[in-house]
Design a protein around this ligand. Structure first.
Ligand code: ATP
Ligand code: MG
Length: 203
């Protein structure tokens, strides 16, 4: 195993754009595997009640099951307290060995915020970042926004823009609208089975 992609996220729920961007990155960078890592307790304060980590993990497993190159890690779920990507990347490197090159896949929204991540100054030496298109964010502008040290570690990958977010899916479920094809069928069934996103604030 030499080139390992990482897709970190709250995945509340995992949706088709997550799967699409991970596959695009896998193909473009010839990644051996993409590891999806659902967050445990989210590091940033969320203003909506994030679903139980076990629900988010289960949905991530369901959504990735049919792709032989996709796997899911419980590393952040099993760690108590907030998870920081620097700690996760370090732990993954220990598990997978020093010969593993890590490619952290992020949407354009996250890419602009890289410098604000916990212990951000350590990131460029630990992993490369693949920044993909996200509607509403000007991906080309990344190259004039990120400090040069960060930019050197970022590969920009323009992809087909898919304007899907977990926030929009939660809103639709809450308001009784269709989410068909925005999430894999199994995930929709799981959301209905457990009555996720039916109550409470949405954002
Ligand atoms: P929420 O609305 O709850 O924030 P989200 O759709 O942004 O959910 P996250 O779990 O926050 O999903 O995101 C995980 C990763 O996937 C992040 O790097 C984010 O930028 C990326 N991502 C999510 N949706 C898209 C999309 N439609 N296009 C490109 N990147 C995306
Ligand atoms: Mg998000």
């Amino acid at each position: 195993m030499h080139k390992l992609g990482i897709m970190g996220g709250t995945f509340d729920p995992l949706h088709s754009a997550h799967l699409f961007m991970a596959e695009e990155a896998r193909v473009a960078f010839n990644l051996d595997m993409v590891l999806f890592i659902p967050t445990g307790e989210p590091p940033h304060k969320y203003s909506y009640p994030v679903s139980d980590a076990e629900h988010r993990y289960a949905m991530t497993l369901l959504g990735t099951a049919s792709n032989p190159a996709f796997k899911v890690s419980r590393i952040e779920i099993e760690r108590s307290g907030p998870s920081y990507s620097v700690d996760t990347i370090r732990a993954i490197k220990e598990t997978w060995g020093p010969g593993t090159d890590i490619y952290f896949i992020v949407g354009a929204d996250e890419a602009f915020d890289l410098v604000k991540w916990h212990k951000a100054e350590l990131l460029p030496d630990m992993a490369r970042f693949i920044a993909v298109t996200r509607p509403g964010f000007n991906l080309p502008r990344l190259s004039t926004t990120l400090p040069p040290r960060f930019l050197a570690g970022v590969d920009v990958l323009p992809t087909l823009p898919l304007d899907i977010s977990s926030t929009e899916i939660r809103r639709r479920v809450r308001e009784g609208e269709s989410i068909k094809y925005m999430v894999p069928e199994d995930i929709e069934a799981y959301i209905r089975k457990w009555g996720l996103y039916m109550e409470g604030k949405l954002e």
